[in-house]
Ligand binder design. Structure first.
Ligand code: NAP
Length: 314
């Protein structure tokens, strides 16, 4: 009589804190296997693993999401390896969102227009690129202020990658007005020029243009605030301790809503300035959540468990 050996359960193992290119090159799967991750430099503070792993577990998808510290000169090789070891997808964060563009096989239209990619899906060995920042931002505004972009006059601070995604989303949703301001004015001017066609139709009555680039100067901002409903910070001012608010409290007003894309502190310098003048304000955690949920939907073609993801970030 043969005795049946008891089946050995493979122990579940959590992904370690941070992986590197060397780990990828000498890849050892764990259980559940790591099939998703975020590439960044630095990447320590990314909240994506906790949010995505909670979603994977909730949806009973047997895989894990990990952090990868990848420097700019390692990006090409690291992305190439993930293709070979059957990754489902990636998120890209600072400083890879622009440089990864040339490594994509199929960038979607949004990626081409914004000029930056934050979600990659590996499909049949091909890398498809997406940018979910703009749609994540629109969902965050709806959630925080119960209003759609199409009904808003928006002042956007910044003209980098995040600002470009937000500006394009405002344009696509036909917002009432868009005023772009940036430390280097010529970048604001260039972004406005790229979006000119979206704003050809009349919408607002009055003396102000629907689409404008203005210098980041007190007089210009003071004038514009009277014709604005929503101020958005898409600069990196506020990321570092001791940073000032990108615009001071004296230029804000109680009637404006203020959204800071920065989420490193609950009260960023801009959020504090807004509260000081009695304006409604929110930090960028909701945008992070929604851009992450959109990434999950791209990878798995199913609705993301948004409340599970939200709770996991707290
Ligand atoms: P980026 O491409 O490097 O752009 C940085 C922007 O900040 C540029 O407009 C730059 O102006 C401006 N800037 C930098 N230092 C400044 C200073 N001292 N004074 C005034 N302006 C300054 O970066 P990014 O990828 O767009 O990221 C921008 C911000 O968006 C970051 O804080 C990031 O945390 C946030 N973000 C949040 C989410 C989210 O999900 N919540 C997603 C993406 C990004 P110049 O053009 O003049 O240099």
């Amino acid at each position: 009589m043969t005795t049946k050996k008891p089946r050995r359960e493979t122990k579940r193992k959590s992904a370690k804190e941070i992986y590197t290119l060397a780990n990828l090159q000498n890849w050892h799967d764990i259980n559940p296997p790591i099939r998703l991750g975020v590439f960044g430099d630095p990447v320590e503070h990314s909240l994506s693993p906790q949010m995505q792993n909670a979603a994977l577990k909730h949806c009973k998808i047997d895989m894990q999401y990990a952090r990868f510290h990848i420097s700019p000169n390692e990006l090409r090789e690291a992305i190439d390896v993930t293709r070979k070891i059957n990754f489902v997808g990636l998120n890209l964060t600072i400083p890879h969102k622009i440089s990864a563009l040339e490594l994509l096989d199929v960038p979607d239209n949004n990626v081409k227009r914004v000029g930056a990619v934050n979600v990659i899906k590996v499909e049949g060995g091909k890398l498809r690129g997406f940018n979910t920042d703009g749609r994540g931002f629109a969902r965050a505004i709806r959630e925080k202020f119960s209003v759609d972009l199409r009904d808003l006059r928006v002042m956007l601070l910044g003209a980098g990658g995040a600002a470009r995604a937000i500006a394009l989303q405002c344009a696509k949703e036909n917002c009432e007005r868009l005023v772009i301001t940036n430390r280097r004015f010529e970048k604001a001017q260039k972004l406005a020029d790229e979006l000119r066609d979206f704003f050809a139709g009349p919408k607002v009555l009055g003396p102000v243009a629907r689409l404008q680039a203005v210098p980041l100067e007190e007089a210009a901002i003071r004038f514009q605030i009277g014709h604005i409903d929503l101020v958005v910070n898409a600069t990196s001012l506020g990321l570092n301790r001791g940073d000032p608010s990108p615009i001071p409290a004296r230029l804000l007003a109680p009637h404006v809503m203020v959204y800071d894309t920065i989420y490193s502190a609950e009260r960023t310098p801009l959020v504090s300035a807004a509260i000081e003048v009695g304006a409604r304000a929110a930090n960028g955690l909701s945008m992070l959540l929604h851009q992450g949920a959109l990434g999950f939907e791209i990878w798995f073609q199913r609705e993301a468990p948004i409340e599970v993801m939200r709770r996991a970030m707290l």
